[in-house]
Write a protein of this length. Structure first.
Length: 273
């Protein structure tokens, strides 16, 4: 039996596996390769659509399907198929229309299985496109006819996102959805019951891995559920307070090759599952 057989590591991308320049360090890549050669499964669970994570996939080559849409999908690049996809309840349009009416400066984008539609632009949205490199496919949100994975709202001002959260979470339809602050400039509408934590457990089931033998690594509020659900939840040093409070332990920052540090600690017995 190989050293890491039966262990699954699920990492967040931005702020965790990725450095500030959105690259994966040589140290992290080499550690992941070693972990995989010794029987471990490594993948990532992200808020991104699969296409927005393709370059990272090609660099890292996870040996398990990835989690996408902050828990709303499981995608296998090798077969180009979704093993799981949970769309939003159609009444999401009422919430989006309300935001559009009450908060006209809020950026709006709709994510479907294989693309992102940019419905309303602002500075935060333009920065999002620059970072992700996604094509600027535009339309009105009412024109999207495909099943919707999630809706993202963006704004540069924290106070505006706080107002948005209050507006959505007190709406009569709020019980049909889950909501998450996934980055400093991003607030999302997700299908009810969708989370990174639930998806981590789904991945463990797909690959026949004991949930106690899973490790989750993250940095932000949307990672809290998987940090709590995993056998061992590890927050990076640069994580939000909510993520740190949910974690079992804290490791080095994303700039200090956090994934490599975790695999080294596992290899040398400083982490035990």
């Amino acid at each position: 039996m190989k050293k890491f057989e039966g262990i699954l590591i699920c990492s967040d991308l931005d702020g965790t596996l990725l450095r500030a320049d959105k690259s994966v360090s040589k140290e992290n890549l080499e550690a992941v390769r070693y972990f995989q050669r010794e029987g471990g499964r490594f993948t990532f669970i992200t808020g991104r659509v699969p296409e927005a994570a393709r370059k990272i996939y090609e660099a890292v080559r996870p040996n398990a399907a990835i989690g996408c849409f902050n828990g709303g999908g499981v995608y296998d690049y090798e077969s180009d198929t979704f093993l799981y996809f949970n769309p939003l309840h159609e009444s999401y349009l009422s919430l989006v229309s309300l935001v559009d009416e009450r908060m006209p400066d809020m950026g709006i984008q709709v994510n479907v299985a294989r693309r992102v539609y940019f419905n309303k632009d602002n500075e935060a949205m333009r920065r999002f496109r620059a970072v992700t490199g996604l094509p600027n496919i535009t339309c009105h949100y009412t024109e999207v006819k495909e099943p919707v994975a999630k809706v993202i709202f963006l704004h540069m001002e924290d106070s505006e996102l706080s107002k948005l959260e209050a507006l959505l979470t007190t709406h009569p339809l709020a019980e049909k959805f889950d909501f998450i602050r996934s980055e400093k400039t991003i607030f999302e509408i997700l299908p009810k019951g969708v989370s990174k934590g639930a998806l981590l457990l789904r991945l463990a089931d797909i690959y026949g891995i004991d949930p106690k033998k899973t490790i989750a690594v993250g940095d932000y509020d949307n990672d809290v559920s998987m940090l709590s659900a995993a056998g061992l939840g590890i927050a990076v040093e640069n994580a939000s307070e909510k993520a740190k409070n949910a974690a079992d332990r804290i490791t080095v920052s994303n700039e200090a090759h956090a994934i490599a540090k975790i695999i080294c600690d596992l290899d040398e017995g400083r982490i035990a599952l």
